[in-house]
Write a protein that binds this ligand. Structure first.
Ligand code: FPP
Ligand code: MG
Length: 330
């Protein structure tokens, strides 16, 4: 497949520079295949699916798969890693589309969601189709193991979402249960990306999956911090969206332990007009710094536990990914 012209997202450029010249062509291939897989031209939801994928994020999960696999020095595409990158990004996008349906979210990344523009039914089908496209992509590789990895990650995502719903409005959830939710809803897909990369590159799948899972959990912790601190121009959504959805995140849970006023607050009574004020009160405690510390500790431990690597570029690039998560640039 010919490589297409594709700009590497600015936040990834320093990582890609360290990782070597083999990486941009792989990202470009993934981007082209992603667009085609999302919108194969055979249905009325093509345009919505295409736009959803195009409005997408930084392609962090595909990058993780590529880095763990080790970019081919001669720039030759490595089919398994391209498939892995496409499939994990399709699953990621599908979960966000479904998440927006479940949360009735009007905005994601500053743009109207498929739910908002096309309604519940169309958005649900778009998410379903993206999910089906992910499995079709991985199945074409002919090896059952990557498909099993993706199936397991998808199951974890669904369990994470169910756990979040079971715990909605419950301000008494403990930190361990909150972290398990983060592991399921975010860590598992990061882990799958790394595991698929490791399988493609003949590395230790468990070691890289553990590293990526911790990175994913840390990523979710920072995401939950951003929901409290904003600003909306950066996050693309209003502050306090989690509170309004009943999603009790670590910043709120830790702030309640510090502030009697927040501890006495019944989360079901928080309305859109109060959400920013509650966020300000959370931010006035030490809960933001404490949540960020937890995330940094997780990432540091995960980095330290990575196996010694003879590929210095890969080690440096993965360390940069870890730093990007910790510095909230990714
Ligand atoms: C976004 O997190 C949501 C997720 C990471 C997972 C959502 C999972 C589902 C909807 C289950 C469906 C599963 C499959 C396999 C299609 P968030 O709500 O914390 O972040 P946000 O602020 O970006 O909405
Ligand atoms: Mg959400």
């Amino acid at each position: 497949m010919p490589a297409t012209r594709h700009e590497v997202p600015a936040v990834l450029r320093p990582i890609v520079e360290v990782a070597g010249p083999g990486v941009p062509p792989l990202l470009a291939l993934i981007e082209a295949r992603l667009r085609r897989a999302a919108a194969p031209g055979d249905g009325p939801v093509d345009e919505v699916a295409e736009r959803t994928v195009a409005a997408g994020g930084k392609r962090l999960r595909p990058l993780l798969a590529i880095l763990v696999a080790g970019a081919p020095v001669d720039g030759a595409p490595r089919d398994a890693v391209v498939r892995a990158g496409v499939a994990v990004e399709l699953i990621h996008t599908a979960t966000l589309v479904h998440d927006d349906v479940l949360d009735a979210a009007p905005l994601r990344r500053g743009r109207p969601t498929a739910f908002h523009t096309h309604g519940r039914a169309a958005a649900t089908v778009v998410g379903d189709r993206l999910l089906a496209a992910a499995f079709a992509e991985i199945a074409r590789g002919g090896d059952p193991e990557p498909a099993a990895v993706l199936a397991e990650a998808s199951r974890a995502l669904a369990r994470g979402e169910l756990l979040q719903r079971a715990d909605a409005w419950r301000a008494d959830v403990d930190e361990a249960r909150y972290l398990e939710r983060c592991r399921l809803k975010t860590g598992a897909l990061f882990a799958a990306a790394a595991r698929l990369g490791a399988l493609a590159g003949d590395r230790d799948p468990d070691a890289y999956a553990r590293f990526a899972e911790a990175l994913g959990v840390a990523f979710q912790l920072f995401d939950d911090v951003l929901d409290v601190v904003g600003p909306p121009e950066v996050t693309g959504k209003a502050r306090g969206t989690d509170l309004l959805d009943g999603t009790m995140t670590l910043p709120f849970l830790l702030a309640r332990a510090e502030s009697a006023e927040l501890a006495a607050l019944d989360p079901t009574t928080i309305g859109p007009a109060d959400a920013e004020g509650v966020c300000d009160r959370i931010a006035a405690t030490g809960a933001i710094a404490a949540t960020e510390d937890r995330a940094r500790e997780l990432v540091a431990a995960a980095l330290a536990a990575l196996p010694a690597d003879d590929d210095v570029r890969r080690a440096d690039a993965l360390a940069l990914v870890a730093r990007g998560v910790v510095d909230r640039r990714l």
